[in-house]
Design a protein around this ligand. Structure first.
Ligand SMILES: NC(=O)c1ccc[n+]([C@@H]2O[C@H](COP(=O)([O-])OP(=O)(O)OC[C@H]3O[C@@H](n4cnc5c(N)ncnc54)[C@H](O)[C@@H]3O)[C@@H](O)[C@H]2O)c1
Ligand SMILES: O=CCCC(=O)O
Length: 496
């Protein structure tokens, strides 16, 4: 029998938030609002401002003004403010996790994990800020000294998706502030509450007014709100995480003012099981990666390729595990898979499964949305394993973003590597093998930014995270995630 709780956020201001601009909490200039829903129940959790370009320009004015001082603020002060922000995030883990589960649906244990994960980037960049050194070049010119300085790019616009409401925005804001940039941010309209709570904690940490600004808008108003930033030369960088379609639009529209871009876009990760793999290791790696956030993770394995000699053994071990996964709302403490974000997500999953079934795939478990009292909103999908999936089905072209494992059979290493690389995406790839030569060969041949080998969990604040091809460019995490917010300035000074 599972124990259940009420999702209860003790800080009531987090449930009626406003835009955060220049250190103040403001309604939208239009005074319009939008509702935020709990994807597990369909109930309205809160209302937030439906902002437009008036609001995004106000935020930009504040960020631009604040940049003039923040860029000159000594690095120790910036680092200490980030440390204090980190401390408050950790101290408020329970409220942040409850809020995240309410608006995004992920199980509470996973939401707590995301708070720790997101906070780890804030601490990392508080530390890395202290090591952002320039260089004096070797004396080649004799009478002139050459030095290279690292400077903040300026005002950064951060635009984020709904699937990791805390971690993704934290790992943009923290390095931007560490580098000396100021920020205008727009979280997803599906999950703005956690981001606004982070802004509240940044305010309490003492981050000066105007350094961080956050505005929220409906899907309808978002293009006009963001266009004001795209067209304005004061915004020097866009850091975006979301779909490839929107990423391409931002790249095109920001070309007029030649902004720097970091684009963390969609993926279609392959997961390859070679015949030398340990089956139990491969199954558990797949479960870790695939079912994170109910399959709604950009680096989730989306296509599973299994070598023919281990195909039957792997599939039956996999099905036994998948059948035992527990779905439910975050109010049930033993739930492992929460709801999908909305009804459109359920339709997409169904369409991928239908396309595979039409091509001859067999469903070994799941294959349908869940109904009943625990699944009130209709947004829960039964964890699914499909086998004998033919090439060319929708799984091969688009990310599914749901708890579905399509399994493809393969014979030869070179064929599966070609197949793995055969999408326009290049974010993550995984494989399981115990053959060290094969590990080296395959890791080198996969056209992606992130590779998991005998593991399904790869991300950490110390690692550069990001993709190649149509999964985008730029990296988050690691030193590189800080340098992406910096410009290089070369000084050549006469010494005579
Ligand atoms: N590579 C990564 O690190 C990573 C991480 C998480 C999610 N994702 C990807 O994000 C997608 C899921 O998130 P989503 O559905 O929120 O993506 P999305 O692209 O629809 O939305 C992302 C953000 O962009 C905003 N947006 C939408 N239209 C816009 C426009 N015309 N101009 C400016 N902003 C606009 C949205 O309001 C939201 O804040 C998936 O493709 C997933 O793979 C990638
Ligand atoms: O969805 C993408 C982010 C996932 C991660 O940070 O590991």
């Amino acid at each position: 029998m599972s124990s259940s709780i009420e999702l209860c956020v003790s800080q009531s201001s987090w449930l009626s938030p406003l835009n955060y601009i220049d250190g103040n909490w403001l309604p939208a200039a239009s005074a319009d609002y939008i509702e935020v829903f709990n994807p597990a129940t369909g109930a309205v959790v809160a209302v937030v401002p439906d902002s437009s370009d008036d609001d995004s320009l106000l935020a930009l004015d504040a960020a631009y003004a604040a940049f003039q001082d923040w860029r000159k603020t000594d690095v120790r002060t910036r680092s200490n403010l980030l440390r204090e922000w980190h401390r408050l995030i950790v101290e408020n883990t329970e409220d942040l996790a409850m809020l995240m589960s309410l608006e995004q649906g992920k199980p509470l244990a996973e939401a707590r994990g995301e708070v720790a994960y997101g906070a780890s980037y804030v601490l990392w960049y508080a530390e890395e800020a202290l090591r952002l050194n320039g260089t004096i070049l070797p004396n080649l010119l004799g009478d002139r000294q050459q030095q290279v300085r690292i400077e903040p790019v300026g005002v950064v616009a951060c635009i984020t998706p709904w699937n990791f409401p805390l971690a993704i925005i934290a790992r943009k804001i923290a390095p931007a502030l560490a580098a000396g940039c100021t920020v205008v941010a727009k979280p997803s309209e599906e999950t703005p509450l956690t981001a606004l709570a982070l802004a509240d904690l940044a305010h309490r940490a003492g981050i000066p007014k105007g350094v961080l600004n956050m505005v929220v808008a409906s899907r309808e108003n978002t293009p006009v709100l963001v266009k004001a930033w795209l067209d304005d030369p004061r915004v020097r960088k866009i850091s975006f995480t979301g779909s490839t379609a929107v990423g391409k639009y931002l790249a095109k529209e920001s070309a007029q003012t030649l902004k720097r871009l970091s684009l963390e876009l969609g993926g279609n990760a392959p997961f390859i099981v070679f015949d030398s793999a340990q089956i139990d290791v491969a199954v558990s790696a797949l479960l870790q990666g695939k079912f994170r956030n109910g399959g709604q993770t950009c680096i989730c394995p989306n296509r599973v390729f299994v070598q023919e000699s281990v195909y039957e053994a792997f599939c039956s071990a996999l099905v036994a595990k998948v059948e035992s996964l527990k779905c439910g709302p975050a109010t049930q403490l033993d739930a492992e898979i929460g709801p999908m974000i909305n009804a459109k997500a359920i339709q997409k999953i169904d369409s991928h499964i239908d396309s595979a079934k039409t091509g001859g795939a067999r469903v070994l478990c799941g294959g349908f949305p869940l109904s009943g009292a625990d699944f009130e909103s209709g947004h829960f999908y039964c964890p699914t394993v499909l086998v004998d999936v033919p090439k060319g089905t929708l799984f091969c072209h688009e990310e599914t973003f749901g708890p579905v494992v399509p399994v493809f059979k393969f014979k030869h290493e070179e064929d599966v590597v070609a197949e793995a690389n055969s999408t326009p995406y290049g974010l993550a790839a995984y494989f399981c093998s115990e053959d060290y030569r094969q590990i080296e060969r395959v890791a080198a041949s996969l056209d992606v930014g992130v590779v998991g080998i005998n593991t399904g969990i790869v991300a950490s604040e110390a690692a550069p995270f990001g993709g190649v091809k149509e999964s985008g460019y730029g990296r988050e995490g690691s030193k590189q995630g800080l340098l992406d917010y910096c410009d290089t300035k070369y000084l050549c000074q006469s010494m005579t």
